[in-house]
Design a protein around this ligand. Structure first.
Ligand code: 5GP
Length: 202
């Protein structure tokens, strides 16, 4: 069986990662989303075990001690981490596992695996990003400032990624990510051994 791979998607808060991924999950076969653990509070509409696994700080730190994370990072004053076992099982089942993680997490995954494809989703401008975060209406003014401050820092990591997709128009961003996945699926080193023996009956 073909082994799967990790598809790491990062980009500043509010850039539209969630929307792009939601569409991909409905159109691409063989994708699974890795649900992260976090100490951040649940937002309205989020679901335990679907959006995140919500943990207390103590629980999260215990999981770190037990080596349960493939990677974790401290982002916007909270812990976020990728549970390791799920990812390893799915890769072995031949799935493409989506990690929607921050730049620090992506850099750590890159250090620890040669089986990842790294996509950075960028906003068309910082002003447009701020409009989107404000429009979402889920963050306090202080949190918006923090997220914009972090966005500036995150954009400096673009060169650590394999692909850059600008989310100017949602549909074209989705098309680009789909094209990247399709191309990556066909990498020669991911193909099963193909036997091109001559057919002697001809
Ligand atoms: P939000 O609070 O908006 O859901 O996520 C904040 C940031 O944390 C986003 O940049 C998101 O990609 C990142 N994030 C979510 N899950 C993980 C994770 O498991 N690991 C890391 N390193 N970052 C994560």
């Amino acid at each position: 069986m073909k082994k799967g791979f990790l598809l790491v998607i990062s980009g500043p808060s509010g850039v539209g990662k969630g929307t792009v991924l939601h569409d991909l999950m409905n159109t691409q076969s063989n994708l699974v989303y890795s649900v992260s653990a976090t100490t951040r509070k649940k937002r309205d509409g989020e679901i335990e075990g679907v959006s995140y696994f919500y943990k207390s700080r103590e629980e999260f730190e215990q999981m770190i001690k037990e080596g349960k994370f493939l990677e974790y990072a401290y982002v916007h004053n909270n812990y976020y981490g990728t549970p390791k076992e799920f990812v390893e099982d799915k890769i072995n089942e031949g799935k493409i596992v989506i990690l929607e993680i921050d730049v620090q997490g992506a850099v750590n995954v890159k250090k620890n695996t040669d089986n990842g494809v790294f996509i950075f989703l960028a906003p068309p401008s910082l002003k447009e990003l701020e409009n989107r975060i404000v429009g979402r209406g889920t963050e306090t003014d202080e949190d918006i400032k923090l997220r914009m401050h972090n966005a500036r820092k995150e954009l400096m990591y673009i060169n650590d990624y394999d692909y850059l997709v600008v989310n100017d128009h949602l549909n074209s961003a989705i098309t680009s990510v789909n094209e990247i996945i399709n191309a990556e699926k066909h990498r020669v080193y991911r193909e099963d051994d193909i036997d091109f023996k001559e057919d002697n009956n001809e």
